[in-house]
Design a protein around this ligand. Structure first.
Ligand code: AMP
Ligand code: GLY
Length: 406
């Protein structure tokens, strides 16, 4: 098959890496660092003929790229604009979850500032404040401090942070429990799960600092049994697909379930309409064969195979640029990549990395620069390989967490 992977980040690099083992892959647009290893194309994906289109990021999905491709009879893994509203609007997500009777945090949406402020005053900590629109995983504040919660509501609703995306806020009950990320591959009616991973959302060691898109991840999770994953499909994913279908939305793509396993069972924190980044970098390399076929089946509306997953462990650590996630400083030259990439059992997935052929070097071009991934028979081995590879890499302002997998 010829497969177009739409996007340019670490997630798309991981998708391309796994799919290219069995298929011809073009990454659109990709980036100059990816272009060293894969065919890339700056064309509109509509202008590239392929058997399957896999759309990586949420933005083109929310903007309706899947619809435009399907109008021209292309086979697409990724939801329509309607389905993508699950991630594009937290208020829509909550509406669907409530209608589908899917367990989630109690919540209310506000577009009136004074109502939001008086509601949060009536809640018990921890306070959870979210932007309604897309904010690349950075729009959530969880705090025990009421003044901070109120300040955040004001900043979001007046457009001081997240521009338009924050004008409607969702205030919700704080949930307690272990978190996991589960990728459910959906064909509109049914879903199969890839094994769960865990993600580190905060910038600093010890889960301190601001929320980011994700600073590290590992898989498998010893505590997430097959039974728990099947329960998540049954109680959280399938009812959501059914409710979407009732609304006329055939959801064909990945539903990435952000789940908290509470004392009273698994609950949805959020559904994303795309693979997680950096969880993809540890989940997909575990799929030993048939990923392309499975994505094709989802896109065509009928899943007929199960994913084949190896027991190997993967752990990834994100190297970020100075200033991320607030304001990112780009341009620094990256040293030591060749040495890091030539080590056994390690893989570097590029995100905010560019390659300059004139200067023959790699440079920082975005906030999350790359995800350095180790593989091993145990998580410990995967972990030491990832950190060992990182010890070879340097750039001005480089930051990473030292406690991934601790
Ligand atoms: P989100 O972008 O919605 O995934 O939220 C980012 C992070 O905030 C999650 O991974 C959780 O750690 C935390 N979070 C979000 N909602 C809640 C909640 N209702 N209770 C506790 N923690 C939450
Ligand atoms: N790693 C979290 C996300 O992709 O949103």
């Amino acid at each position: 098959m010829k497969i177009v992977v739409v996007g340019s980040g670490g997630r798309e690099h991981a998708l391309a890496y796994v799919l290219a083992k069995e298929h011809e892959v073009v990454v659109a647009p990709g980036n100059s660092a990816l272009g060293r290893y894969f065919e890339t194309s700056g064309k509109d994906p509509l202008g590239i003929d392929a058997d399957l289109y896999v759309i990586g990021p949420e933005k083109p999905l929310v903007e309706g790229l899947a619809d435009r491709l399907r109008e021209r009879s292309r086979v697409v893994f990724g939801p329509s604009k309607d389905g993508a509203r699950l991630e594009g609007s937290k208020a829509f997500l909550k509406d669907v979850l409530v209608a589908a009777k899917v367990p989630t945090a109690k919540h209310r949406s506000f577009s009136d500032l004074s109502e939001a402020l008086s509601y949060v005053e009536s809640m018990k900590p921890p306070y959870v404040i979210k932007t309604d629109g897309l904010a690349e995983g950075k729009g959530v504040l969880v705090t025990d401090n009421l003044a901070e919660a109120k300040e955040d509501i004001v900043a979001k609703m007046t457009g001081r942070s997240f521009h338009g995306a924050g004008r409607t806020v969702v205030v919700e009950e704080g949930l307690f429990g272990r978190e996991l990320s589960l990728f459910a591959l959906c064909d509109g009616k049914n879903a199969v799960a890839l094994p769960a991973a865990t993600d580190y959302k905060r910038l600093l060691d010890g889960n301190e600092g601001p929320n980011t898109g994700g600073m590290g991840a590992y898989a498998p999770l010893a505590w997430a049994s097959d039974l728990l994953q099947e329960e998540i499909l049954d109680t959280l994913v399938r009812p959501t697909l059914k409710e979407l279908s009732r609304r006329g939305i055939q959801y064909r793509g990945v539903l990435y379930a952000g789940v908290i396993v509470t004392e009273s069972g698994p609950k949805i924190i959020e559904f994303n309409v795309r693979f997680g980044d950096p969880e993809t970098q540890v989940v997909l390399p575990r799929v030993t064969e048939g990923l392309g076929d499975l994505l094709f089946q989802c896109a065509a509306g009928e899943i007929s195979t199960e994913p084949k997953v190896s027991p190997t462990s993967f752990l990834t650590v994100v190297l970020s640029a100075r200033g991320y996630p607030l304001s990112t400083e780009t341009g620094a030259e990256i040293h030591g990549l060749d040495r890091a990439m030539s080590k056994d059992g390690t893989r570097v997935f590029f995100a905010g990395t560019s390659y300059d052929p004139m200067r023959r070097g790699f440079f920082v071009s975005g906030g999350r620069v790359m995800a350095v991934t180790g593989e091993g028979d145990t998580l410990l081995e995967a972990r030491s390989r990832a950190y060992d590879a990182i010890s070879e890499i340097t750039f001005e302002g480089m930051h990473f967490r030292r406690d991934i997998g601790d």
